[in-house]
Design a protein around this ligand. Structure first.
Ligand code: UT7
Length: 325
């Protein structure tokens, strides 16, 4: 039996830190409101030459380093992003070139904040099917470039960054690796969280207009609480596991209230929930691999432990994954 073992994780955050006070100089908000309603203290912003691709390359390289893997082992690259640098080529093939990988294949996945879980699921299926032995899964986003800085309800929530994991095929008894993934979508809710504008739309001067993020926050919050709960129960039930089997919750980082609520539902001690939203804000598809990279890198998440991941994003799309590290 082939399993996908999560052999390494890496993250990258741009150098520019933007504080809540700095956001309060742009829109009618306050450090106190942002902290209390979201748990966010600051966010990172890509500037100058930094792109979705350049951040993805660094995060990918760091994941390979932790896994002790070389470019020759990378058969498949999947980048989850809603902010690709170009319509095509994909970020994934740009990353392939950036890492000096000269074989295999790659593509991007568009599943908003659930993009990493979607990409992980696809890579796991391809590894199990024997289509790849090594897969680099990356979430990389520059949401700062699709935010409306006149809308206080959204512009304070997001940050930029990239996170990556390397999956390696392993034969064995199946104790280690991706145990299961669970994906869902409800397209009829597409208008509660979306990016307006479209490829090819230009302003009066003919310049491209990439569109801005729009969100009905309260509605998304309501769906997130319900769907994410269902999704983690689904993952545990599929593996015949109870709540107390989970060693770590590594959730999408949208709002501390959603994250802590999920931790309580699972009966997890607060220190068993990996939290980055305070420093990173919501980095969409990058948030789970960034959190994994941090908690694996500092030794909190240990070999043999069971990690539960969950995410929901614009679509709506959502899902979960259970992985034994
Ligand atoms: O990653 C993808 C998935 N995304 C999520 O899961 C996000 C889910 N949603 C949320 O996290 C929360 O709904 C938000 C953080 C977006 C908003 O928090 P909320 O507690 O749901 O606030 P609200 O939208 O109900 O707004 C409450 C009040 C409103 O004022 P009134 O109408 O009560 O006078 C807003 O205008 O807070 C106001 N408000 C703000 N005030 C200060 C909204 N944004 C801000 C702000 N600063 N930045």
């Amino acid at each position: 039996m082939i399993r996908s073992v999560l052999a390494g994780a890496g993250g990258y955050l741009p150098g520019r830190v933007v504080s809540n006070d700095e956001m309060a100089a742009l829109v009618d908000t306050s450090d106190a409101w942002i902290r209390e309603r979201t748990g966010i203290h600051q966010r990172y912003r890509a500037e100058g030459e930094e792109t979705t691709t350049s951040m993805a390359v660094i995060a990918g390289r760091r994941a390979l380093e932790m896994a002790g893997a070389t470019a020759a082992e990378v058969d498949l690259i999947i980048v989850a992003t809603s902010t690709p640098d170009q319509a095509f080529p994909s970020v994934a093939v740009r990353v392939q070139a950036g890492l000096g990988v000269d074989h295999g294949f790659g593509f991007d996945v568009s599943a908003a904040c659930a993009g990493f879980v979607y990409a992980l699921s696809i890579a796991d299926e391809m590894i199990r099917a024997g289509r790849a032995r090594g897969a680099l899964i990356i979430g990389s986003e520059v949401f700062s470039r699709i935010l409306d800085y006149g809308d206080r309800g959204t512009c304070v929530l997001f940050g930029d960054g990239a996170g990556a994991v390397f999956l390696r095929a392993a034969e064995g008894d199946g104790a280690q690796g991706v145990l299961s993934t669970h994906l869902h979508a409800q397209g009829s809710l597409g208008d509660i969280l979306y990016v307006d504008g479209a490829v090819g739309v230009t302003d009066a001067a003919g310049a491209p207009m990439p569109g801005k993020l729009r969100m009905h926050g309260r509605e998304v919050f309501r769906h997130a609480v319900q769907r994410l709960s269902e999704s983690v129960e689904e993952a545990l039930a599929a593996n015949g596991l109870a709540h107390d089997a989970v060693d770590w919750l590594v959730p999408h980082q949208a709002n501390i209230r959603i994250i802590e609520g999920m931790g309580r539902k699972l009966g997890l001690a607060p220190e068993r929930v990996v939290i980055t939203v305070d420093r990173h804000a919501n980095t969409s598809a990058a948030s789970i691999p960034l959190a994994l990279a941090e908690a694996m890198g500092d030794g909190r998440i240990q070999h043999g432990q069971l990690v539960l991941m969950e995410a929901l994003g614009g679509g709506l799309v959502w899902g979960s994954a259970l992985v034994r590290i």
